[in-house]
Design a protein around this ligand. Structure first.
Ligand code: UD1
Ligand code: CA
Length: 473
């Protein structure tokens, strides 16, 4: 297969139907922008040149392209007067001859396989122009293919310009074309805007090629879902769901159990080993990596986390964190950025952790906030413990050694350190370091005033109960 000379991606459109401040090509599907998904399918074609036509939101689109495709050349279309003029601008900026692939930036589901087959069919036909087409259950909104004999296309008619009988045609233009560059240059200058949108349509070059005595061919794609375009939010959601199914299917083929694929959302760049079990209502995003034997969900949100073998994360929200081998998280745990849970540690219900390490086998089981702390091995942080890391201006560190027992409802006022094997008494406010092996008791001593209820709450149910129990005034 000879190399493509040029790929042109059209991404200048105003995205009017999205009703968004953001260009539709920058909206996300599976953790990648719409255009990034498309470019991922193009990369293996190794075209010599890639030009992206930008216009609406051009600074944002160009800045994004610089990050994801630094070799792409951006051509600016100031006036959005159609796909034909956008393509003409890109061609004017290019010198070489050969074959050009033109696509719309808003079709993120195309795969490399389909594009490669399209290029091969075009080359086998030795045709000067080919259009990738699809049969859609609901073709409304798309350009319709008017066929001649033997696979030749006579023209493409846009929905807005189509007659009722033309609208009945269910073969549509996917917006993916291959052209001989010389031929395209010669016809594109003849486009006219005498249509309902007063635009120069790229689709009209097919009619012009046909009139010039040459033939353009329709090549039907096998899977219409790949060719769906995003023009509005409903189509964005539809494409996202198809991408979700595709990603989940691949993970399941790789040996991942996904109990309910329809409620499990996994980003394209997530890596999951075999024998991971994912329960319903879970999303795994960013560059998360999940090792074999881990159990995730139900209803967990995992963003850019590394989860080791045998770890369990139940009904929890975790971001930018590391969860060690056989560690247990949840239910209802919030792991914020920089939480590191060593192997066999446990973090339980209503615990929030930020920028802290929980050492091997240590437990923060209930109702705690742990911020900016280093906790050693096999220590236990009692229920309701708060790491008081912020004085209103600065954040401070807390250090906790190995085999420490922090009593329930302790306030650890940072900066503070608790030595190996030390204890704190329940309800203590600890603002001084505790040496190894000591117990810190930092609370007022309890006083019992006998008979107080009988004297001060005479006639109450409490007084009656106390009396029955033998209390005296
Ligand atoms: C286009 C095709 C239609 C096809 C459909 C496939 C035309 C006239 N129609 O319609 O036959 O079925 O794609 O998805 O081509 N763009 C520019 N500059 C412009 C206008 C558009 O760069 O002046 C870009 C858009 O950003 C978009 C792409 O071209 O990425 C297609 O434009 P869009 O407005 O989405 O065309 P459709 O109405 O979907
Ligand atoms: Ca479109």
């Amino acid at each position: 297969m000879s190399k493509l000379e040029l790929v042109i991606v059209l991404a200048a459109g105003d995205s009017k139907r999205m009703k968004s401040e953001t260009s539709k090509v920058l909206h996300e599907i599976a953790g990648r922008s719409v255009i990034q998904n498309l470019l991922a399918a193009l990369t293996p074609l190794s075209a010599k040149n890639l030009t992206v036509v930008v216009g609406a939101q051009k600074e944002a689109v160009a800045a994004h392209l610089l990050k994801i495709a630094p070799n792409a050349k951006c051509v600016v279309q100031e006036k959005r007067d159609g796909t034909g003029s956008a393509t003409a601008l890109a061609l004017a900026e290019h010198k070489g001859d050969g074959t050009v692939l033109v696509l719309a930036g808003d079709t993120p589901l195309l795969t490399n396989q389909t594009l490669s087959e399209f290029v091969k069919a075009h080359q086998d036909n030795e045709s000067p122009a080919s259009v990738l087409t699809a049969l859609l259950p609901d073709p409304s909104g798309y350009g319709r293919i008017i066929r001649g004999d033997d696979g030749v296309i006579l023209k493409i008619i846009e929905e807005k310009d189509a007659s009722d009988s033309e609208k009945d045609i269910d073969e549509i233009n996917t917006g993916v074309y291959l052209f001989d560059i010389k031929l395209l240059r010669s016809v594109i200058t003849n486009l006219k805007s005498n249509n309902s949108q007063k635009e120069l349509y790229l689709t009209d070059v097919i009619g012009l090629i046909n009139e010039s005595g040459k033939s353009a061919y329709a090549i039907l794609s096998n899977d219409y879902t790949e060719t769906l375009g995003i023009n509005d939010r409903s189509q964005l959601a539809e494409c996202a769901a198809i991408m979700r199914d595709r990603i989940n299917h691949q993970h399941m083929l790789n040996g991942v159990s996904i109990i309910d694929p329809t409620t499990t959302w996994i980003d394209a760049d997530v890596v999951i080993e075999s024998d991971v079990l994912i329960y319903p209502g879970t999303s795994i995003t960013g560059n998360s990596k999940i090792k074999s034997g881990a159990i995730i969900g139900p209803r967990s949100v995992i963003n850019s986390c590394q989860i080791d073998t045998g770890a369990k994360v139940i009904e929890s929200n975790c971001t930018d964190s590391k969860i060690g081998k056989d560690a247990k998280v949840g239910p209802y745990t919030y792991l914020r950025k920089g939480s590191v849970l060593d192997s066999e540690s446990k973090v339980g219900a209503f615990v929030e952790i930020k920028n802290s390490t929980i050492g091997q086998g240590s437990k923060v089981a209930h109702l705690s906030y742990v911020g900016d702390a280093q906790i050693g091995e096999e220590s236990n942080i009692g229920a309701g413990t708060i790491f008081v890391n912020y004085d209103g201006e600065n954040k401070y560190q807390t250090e906790i050694g190995d085999h420490v027992r922090i009593g329930s409802d302790t306030m650890l006022v940072a900066p503070v350190s608790i030595g190996d094997g030390a204890y704190t008494a329940a309800g203590s406010v600890v603002n001084e370091d505790v040496p190894a092996g000591a117990i810190a008791i930092a609370r007022s001593r309890q006083v019992n005033i006998l008979g107080w209820v009988l004297r001060k709450r005479k006639g109450s149910k409490s007084a009656a109960a106390a009396k029955k129990a033998g209390a005296k005034e």
